[in-house]
Design a binder for this molecule. Structure first.
Ligand SMILES: Nc1nc2c(ncn2[C@@H]2O[C@H](COP(=O)(O)OP(=O)(O)OP(=O)(O)O)[C@@H](O)[C@H]2O)c(=O)[nH]1
Ligand SMILES: [Mg+2]
Length: 258
């Protein structure tokens, strides 16, 4: 199994300098820095230090992922924030769970003893609300459905149709913003009954730079998406993952119908 680490950057020079040297090159087969148009030297620093860099063309977090898709050489992606929020030393633990047969592994900020030092009252309530709504409406069992730091099989991106504009355009138009795909990934992975697990993953505070999170607009767009999923999209496509890891009868995935 090959692993690609996707390092998401938008003006993250301080975090990059401090965090990336802690990522051992042998942990992943590919380290791909996906940049949203940094002007603080992030791209130059990454290239100088030998990292593969892709600068996205369209604005917005999800376009970073979709545009980079053809460049990803791994079977498994690990999405990573180099702003200090993701602890690099947890990468081997994420890989271990994937190797054990899980489709997706989340470094949860709220599982076991884990804690977030980056949260404020609003973000901790928001994460709780979104995660619990996803569990309630879509049968998830998450403690953290929102975090970027997670590993999953690349094949589920297409199985869950995460790369298709049509699943984002209405909330993005309504709330005039561009969103990411983590919440939709969590919703659809639960709906499709993929094999999901979590490990505790502390979230240290951000190192330098500025927060890009748009609390009100993203919150509204994500909540809209999560509610709408109750009525749209069914996991009817054939899912490679489900086929290669046949599950027990009682939890058979609807994918296997395909
Ligand atoms: N490629 C790309 N990276 C982005 C974009 N927006 C944010 N990022 C990076 O993604 C990572 C996560 O962004 P943050 O600003 O920390 O947003 P967040 O983690 O959701 O919010 P907080 O951690 O609560 O501040 C950071 O390393 C950002 O630099 C984008 O549009 N494109
Ligand atoms: Mg962050």
């Amino acid at each position: 199994m090959k692993y690609s680490l996707l390092v998401m950057t938008l003006n993250e020079i301080d975090g990059m300098k401090s965090i990336l040297p802690r990522v051992k090159r042998e942990w992943c087969d590919q380290i791909l820095v996906i940049d949203g148009g940094s002007t603080d030297g992030t791209v130059e620093w990454a290239k100088k230090n030998g990292y593969e860099v892709y600068v996205q063309k369209r604005k917005g977090f999800r376009h970073a992922y979709t545009e980079a898709l053809p460049l990803i050489t791994g079977d498994v992606v690990i999405t990573f924030s180099p702003d200090g929020n993701s602890i690099p030393e947890l990468i081997p633990a994420l890989k271990e769970k994937i190797a054990a047969g899980y489709d997706m592994v989340i470094a949860s900020r709220y599982f076991g003893n884990a804690k977030s030092e980056d949260d404020d009252l609003v973000t901790s309530f928001g994460n709780w609300l979104f995660t619990n709504t996803i569990n309630f409406l879509h049968g998830g069992n998450y403690t953290d459905a929102m975090v970027i730091f997670r590993a999953y099989h690349k094949s589920i991106i297409k199985d869950l149709e995460l790369e298709r504009d049509k699943w984002y355009s209405t909330p993005e138009k309504l709330f005039r913003t561009e969103i990411s795909w983590e919440p939709l990934l969590s919703v659809r992975a639960a709906k499709a009954k993929l094999r999901i697990t979590e490990i505790p993953g502390d979230e240290p505070p951000r190192i330098g730079g500025e927060r890009k999170l748009k609390i009100v607009k993203w919150g509204a767009a994500y909540y809209f998406q999560i509610l709408r999923e109750k009525f749209f999209w069914k996991p009817v496509r054939r899912c490679e993952r489900t086929l290669s890891f046949p599950r027990k009868r009682e939890s058979r995935s609807p994918f296997s119908r395909g």
